[in-house]
Ligand binder design. Structure first.
Ligand code: SAH
Length: 196
């Protein structure tokens, strides 16, 4: 396969914001992703009270599900609209807090305290700001990152993982010459070399 056809494609932050503004969000799954249900036990591995990270979270409903199970959820998303829709659609009260370490960023935190969503670019985060995580749900995230940023994204994700953390990754397989992405095609061999 020829993944060269996608490697120079760049989707800007403004384009993502515009997708949210125009409701062009075909990626959002109102009923959640079937692979989340299928592999939830692998993610949790019998553990309770986990910290789970949602990179490029959108308004993923799985964040609500995990919080309802007693875990704490941290997400990051450039679109404030997406985060506000998340809280509104689940009738969750929240407050807005500044993030002193990141200029222009804010954190939307559920009143119950167990869902914290950062409104900024993922590349602004570090473990000194968000800590480390026991689990990661990466759906529509690695595959949404611009191909030129993939290594940077994965290197950052690795720094956010605790020793025994589990990482659930959803990718899509298709002929990259027929669709420009996102979602981008990330071959299994590349995933292995990226994560090591
Ligand atoms: N994971 C979510 C959303 C997938 S779409 C789901 O499963 O529904 C990708 C999302 O990433 C979009 O909402 C977009 O606004 C956001 N995004 C794109 N680049 C980002 C970046 N650098 N940092 C944080 N969020 C970003």
């Amino acid at each position: 396969s020829d993944i060269g056809s996608q490697k120079d494609r760049v989707v800007t932050e403004e384009e993502w914001l515009q997708k949210w503004e125009t409701g062009n969000i075909g990626f959002h799954k109102e009923q959640g992703h079937p692979l989340f249900q299928k592999y939830l036990d692998v993610l949790l591995n019998g553990r309770s009270g986990l910290r789970v990270f949602f990179p490029l979270c959108g308004k993923a409903v799985e964040m609500k599900w995990l919080a309802d199970m007693g875990h704490s959820v941290v997400g990051v998303e450039v679109s404030e609209q997406a985060l506000k829709e998340f809280f509104a659609e689940h009738n969750l009260p929240y407050c807005e807090e500044p993030v002193p370490e990141i200029s222009g960023a804010k954190k939307l935190r559920s009143a119950s305290g167990n869902i914290s969503l950062y409104c900024c670019s993922i590349y602004d985060l570090s473990s000194s700001i968000v800590g480390k995580f026991d689990g990661v749900w990466d759906r529509g995230s690695l595959v949404a990152v611009n191909p030129c940023d993939r290594q940077r994204y994965v290197s950052l994700m690795i720094t956010l993982m605790e020793k025994n953390s589990s990482y659930l990754l959803v990718t899509v397989s298709y002929d990259p010459n027929k669709h420009k992405g996102p979602p981008f095609y990330v071959p299994e061999s590349e995933i292995k070399s990226l994560f090591g």
